[in-house]
Design a protein around this ligand. Structure first.
Ligand code: SF4
Length: 312
C-alpha cells in the first residue's frame, strides 16, 4: 500500500549528517520507504508519530511490516525560497530517511524533480544516496551538473552473497543492478562515493566479504567510502534473522541473532572496524574510509583513525 502524505517541511538542516561528513542538509520525499529493507531504522525514528499511521494502530513498525510506503508527491513543488538561501558550501543529501528513487517515489518522478530544482535553483552541492538503479534515468542531469553532484548506491553485500541481499532488501535493486548504475555514472564522469551500509554480520563483515566489496567499488574511483555496522535499534535485527532463516540462510540468521545482545553488538562493531581498516589498507583505500559508529569511542582499543564516533 502506498500512502500519500502532505508535509510542511522541505529542506532541513541536519547536524547528524554534518557529523557524518555526508551533508549539511537533508531532503526527503516521504516518511516511509517502499524498498522494505528489513533492517531499516526509519520506522524507529517515526515511532512517536502515531498520527501518521492510524490504519496500522498508529505504529510505523506495523505499517513497514505490512509493506506500506508513505510518500509526499508535493515535495518538489514546495521547494521555494530555501533553495536560493543555500550556499555553495552546503550539501543537500537526497535522501536521509527514505529513498528518492524507491518505487513509490518513481511513480511521481520525485527523485528527478527534486534533483532538478536543487541543481537549477540553488548553488548547493547534492549528494544522492539510493538503493535503486533507476537513478540512471537522471544521468543527463547528473552529467550536466557533475561539478556539484555526487552519487552513491549502497553496496550491502559482495556479489557472491547477492542472494542474501535480496532477502534483506526485497524491493531494492539487486547488487548487480546497483553496480551497473555506478558503472554507467562513472562512464558519464559523474563523481561517485562508496557506501557500505549496513555491514551485516555473516554478509558484509568478514575480511573476504570486505575485500570483495571494496574491489567492486574501487574501479569507480570513489571520492570517499563510508561504512557502518547494522543498527540494533528497533525490531530490524529480529526481522532480518527471521527472514534469513525462512530463506534457509540459517548460519547467517544465527550470526544476526547473536549480535542482538548488547555486548555482542559491541564486539561485532569492534571486529568490523578492524576488518574494514585492514581490507581498505589492502586495496589502497584506507585514506578514503569513514566508519560511522553510534558510540562514543569509550573503551575502544583498536585503530580508530577512520571512525567517526556519532555519540558524545
Ligand atoms: S532504501 Fe533506505 S530508507 Fe528505504 S527501506 Fe531501505 S534502508 Fe530504509
Amino acid at each position: 500500500m502506498v500512502k500519500i502524505v502532505a508535509r510542511k517541511c522541505t529542506i532541513t538542516r541536519s547536524q547528524e549528517f554534518e557529523k557524518k561528513t555526508l551533508a549539511t542538509h537533508a531532503l526527503n520525499v516521504g516518511v516511509l520507504c517502499g524498498h522494505g529493507c528489513l533492517y531499516c531504522s526509519t520506522p524507529a525514528i517515526l515511532r512517536t508519530q502515531s498520527k501518521l499511521f492510524p490504519e496500522y494502530d498508529g505504529s510505523a513498525f506495523k505499517a513497514f511490516a505490512a509493506g506500506a510506503a508513505a510518500v509526499d508527491p508535493t515535495t518538489p513543488d514546495r521547494l521555494g525560497p530555501e533553495l536560493a538561501a543555500l550556499k555553495p558550501t552546503d550539501t543537500v543529501m537526497l535522501s536521509t530517511l527514505t529513498d528518492a528513487w524507491s518505487p513509490e517515489a518513481q511513480e511521481f518522478d520525485l527523485g528527478r524533480r527534486c534533483l532538478e530544482k536543487l541543481l537549477r535553483e540553488s548553488k548547493a552541492r547534492v549528494r544522492i544516496l539510493t538503493k535503486n538503479a533507476a537513478v540512471v534515468n537522471e544521468l543527463d542531469l547528473l552529467a550536466e551538473f557533475r561539478e556539484r553532484v555526487i552519487l552513491g548506491l549502497s553496496i550491502t553485500a559482495p556479489l557472491s552473497k547477492a542472494k542474501v541481499a535480496e532477502v534483506l532488501e526485497p524491493r531494492a535493486s539487486s547488487i548487480q543492478e546497483r553496480l551497473g548504475a555506478l558503472q554507467a555514472a562513472h562512464e558519464a564522469k559523474v563523481p561517485i562515493f562508496g557506501m557500505l551500509c549496513p555491514c551485516m554480520p555473516g554478509v558484509a563483515d568478514r575480511p573476504d566479504d570486505l575485500d570483495e566489496m571494496l574491489d567492486m567499488i574501487k574501479p569507480f574511483a570513489p571520492e570517499a567510502i563510508w561504512a557502518e555496522p547494522v543498527n540494533a535499534r528497533g525490531p530490524g535485527l529480529r526481522l532480518c534473522q527471521e527472514a534469513l532463516a525462512d530463506a534457509d540462510f540459517i548460519a547467517i540468521a544465527n550470526e544476526v541473532r547473536f549480535i542482538r545482545g548488547q555486548r555482542e553488538h559491541l564486539d561485532y562493531t569492534a571486529r568490523l572496524i578492524g576488518n574494514l581498516n585492514v581490507a581498505a589498507a589492502g586495496v589502497g583505500l584506507k585514506s578514503l574510509l569513514k566508519i560511522l559508529v553510534y558510540q562514543d569511542g569509550e573503551g575502544f582499543r583498536g585503530d580508530g583513525s577512520s571512525v567517526i564516533w556519532l555519540k558524545g
